[in-house]
Design a protein around this ligand. Sequence first.
Ligand SMILES: Cc1ncc(COP(=O)(O)O)c(C=O)c1O
Length: 367
Amino acid sequence: MKLSVAENIATLVPYPPGKPLEELEREYGVTGSIKMASNENALGPSPKAVAAIAAALPNLHRYPDGSCHYLATRLSAHLKVDPSQLVFGNGSNEVIELLIKAFVAPGDEVVTSHPTFLVYATMVQAHGGVNRVVPLANLRHDLDGIRAAVTPRTRLIFLDNPNNPTGTVFNRAEFAAFLAQLPETVLVVLDEAYVDFVADGLRLDAREFLGGATPVVTLRTFSKAYGLAGLRVGYGIMDQEIAGYLHRVRQPFNVNTLAQVAARAALDDTAFYAETLRMTRAGMAWLIPRLSELGCTCYHSQTNFFLVEVGLDCRQVYEAMLRKGVIIRPMSAYGFPTFIRITVGTAEENQRLLTSLAATLRELAHD
Ligand SMILES: Cc1ncc(COP(=O)(O)O)c(C=O)c1O
């Protein structure tokens, strides 16, 4: 090919998505397989959301509401913010990209941790920005190190709280002290994709930091606790002025019609939401001691997933689990070659995971 591709694009590493169930079953000839790899909601989608989707199907010949008016109105009442402070995206992934498009010019710097959600650094590089990467300290964001990495060219800081893949959180006082030391020219993006799962006493309410001297944007999603990952809908909460910049760079119909109606309905499905949290917490409390008895080290997490140190090459464990029809996440791409990440499933899925991992560890020990 004679096409020339910019260096920042040619050197990008594509995001490694979790293997889809259909592909696993085709490749390995297994059936009834389960996926515990992508931090999805094992309960399925909210039934109220499914009903709302069915009701909206006859209108699919129309373009979506580009302003997400009804969703914004419903959500703003839920969050007690003004609708003008909300910007929706095709998953919170898109809001991450909108922030980079709006605020990062080629050569500008963005500070992220490592490991963290891989999409931040990929998008920064794709848009010609420069990543300044600060390693986690004891599996937690190193807020002092991040502060020290800020330069006059820094435009954004991405902080996922809880962090993916470790599930650790920082608290309100730590965040307030961190913000107080930052220049007012830096925008802090607090990604709260897993905030619903955080224990009450550990939750920091990012909304209280909106409108402060250092600008803050909070990201949330309907993909996790609300069970709508396949529809792609997430949002940011921010000052109106920042929202205005994001609207300038977004596509006019970036959130599809079904996603909008389903997200609205999911907010009303309080029984589904409560059951999601109950199942997740009970599943984690059941799995951790049992996996520890197998000789694994489990890391407690404020999310719907947790890290497990298996003491073996995680890709071998991943392959052996695939043959048993169980998809987990090997952590090599995140720099943890002997760790796997497990998303909590239903009680039956958790049991199957335990049995399969026990068999896998026995097999690999004899190799
Ligand atoms: C920390 C973090 N942020 C954002 C996302 C993206 O979520 P969405 O499905 O809303 O794009 C994920 C998804 O796994 C995540 O782990």
